[in-house]
Design a protein around this ligand. Structure first.
Ligand SMILES: C[S@@+](CC[C@H](N)C(=O)[O-])C[C@H]1O[C@@H](n2cnc3c(N)ncnc32)[C@H](O)[C@@H]1O
Length: 324
């Protein structure tokens, strides 16, 4: 596939949604992100932007690109020769790196077949990997020849590990020690909050399934929609309210919908005019699950058997420690 053309003028958003009622603004551009990111004022490369956006104006990028799996997207051709797909991938990654502030974070949602190439490229460009997370879902496509696929990689990269936005307290969840083993070590620990912990790097649980069938979040005519709770965790942990959040492959609008709900101005780029219009409708309507999965245990074993009295004592101690 040919490289996207470069142009100097600033494009106008195809759709603009104003901030209102505690929700942030959102701008949606229709076109190829490889070309548009290099022209959108907040995303221009260092040296090419106006002063306000020197060093890149985007704090957080969440990218869920086409996987080149021959999916029938509305417009995008999802079956490139492998080398072209890798060129395409490196091209949009570079545009994202340029758009990021020095404290910024880049997340990429990508399956097994291209995760390694993306990691190598981002490292070669000087970014640091914070986490290699896994989004695990239970309903992968049934197969007979290989183990059933049940995950996508959520790659978390930063420009500067010593100087990044990191809000662990906003995404804590009850630990297994607290919910399952009634283990006093979760009360006595010196770091972190009693009974709570940061999520592990494999993400699953209620509301974390693929968005299919009659799922409440599902939007018609969108392929590969991502759950809102996934974006909620990413946005809360690695951006602050007021920070600009960019999604170069907007799709059904999950990132912008959740970002706006959480008080982060959103920018989305989408190749298909119809997808963009549908995403805008969703962004205006608002998220349906933000907040629901917060503070929820992901333990997979039944609680250990302990006496009523021991349990009561344990809960008392935990409550006191949580209050202090
Ligand atoms: C995997 S989907 C994104 C799904 C999205 N995360 C969601 O939750 O709905 C990829 C989207 O990127 C769009 N797309 C593909 N190539 C693009 C490009 N070069 N620039 C902008 N959008 C593109 C496709 O039309 C598709 O809607």
């Amino acid at each position: 596939m040919a490289q996207a053309k470069k142009s100097d003028s600033s494009p106008r958003p195809t759709h603009s949604i104003r901030a209102s009622g505690g929700k942030a603004s959102a701008k949606v551009y229709v076109g190829d992100c490889r070309e548009l990111l290099r022209r959108i004022p907040e995303c221009r490369p260092v040296g090419e932007q106006d002063e306000r956006w020197a060093n890149g104006g985007v704090q957080l990028i969440f990218a869920d690109p086409p996987f080149n799996w021959n999916v029938k997207y509305d417009k995008w051709h999802d079956a490139m020769p492998r080398e072209d797909y890798l060129d395409f991938t490196r091209n949009w990654l570079d545009a994202c790196i340029d758009a990021l502030t020095p404290t910024g974070a880049l997340w990429v949602n990508i399956p097994d077949d291209t995760a390694a190439e993306i990691v190598v490229h981002l490292k070669s460009r000087g970014l640091t990997m914070g986490n290699w997370c896994i989004w695990h879902y239970r309903f992968g496509q049934n197969t007979q020849n290989w183990f059933i696929n049940s995950k996508v990689h959520a790659l978390y990269f930063v420009k500067d590990p010593a100087n990044r936005i990191w809000n662990p307290d906003d995404v804590l969840e009850p630990s297994d020690r607290a919910t399952t083993y009634f283990d006093p070590r979760t009360i006595e620990k010196k770091e972190g909050r009693a009974g709570l912990r940061l999520p592990m790097d494999v993400w699953y649980g209620q509301y974390w399934g693929r968005i299919q069938g009659n799922n409440k979040e599902r939007r018609a005519n969108h392929m590969n929609q991502i759950p809102e709770v996934y974006l909620e965790r990413v946005i809360l942990s690695t951006s602050n309210p007021g920070d600009v959040v960019l999604d170069p492959f907007l799709g059904s609008g999950t990132t912008a919908t959740v970002a706006r709900e959480l008080g982060r101005p959103a920018i989305g780029v989408e190749f298909s005019t119809d997808n963009a219009a549908s995403a805008v409708e969703r962004i205006r309507k608002g998220a349906v699950r933000v907040g629901l999965a917060r503070n929820q245990s992901t333990a997979i074993f039944s609680p250990r058997k302990v006496s009523e009295r021991a349990l009561e004592q344990y809960r008392d101690r935990l409550e006191k420690a949580s209050e202090s």
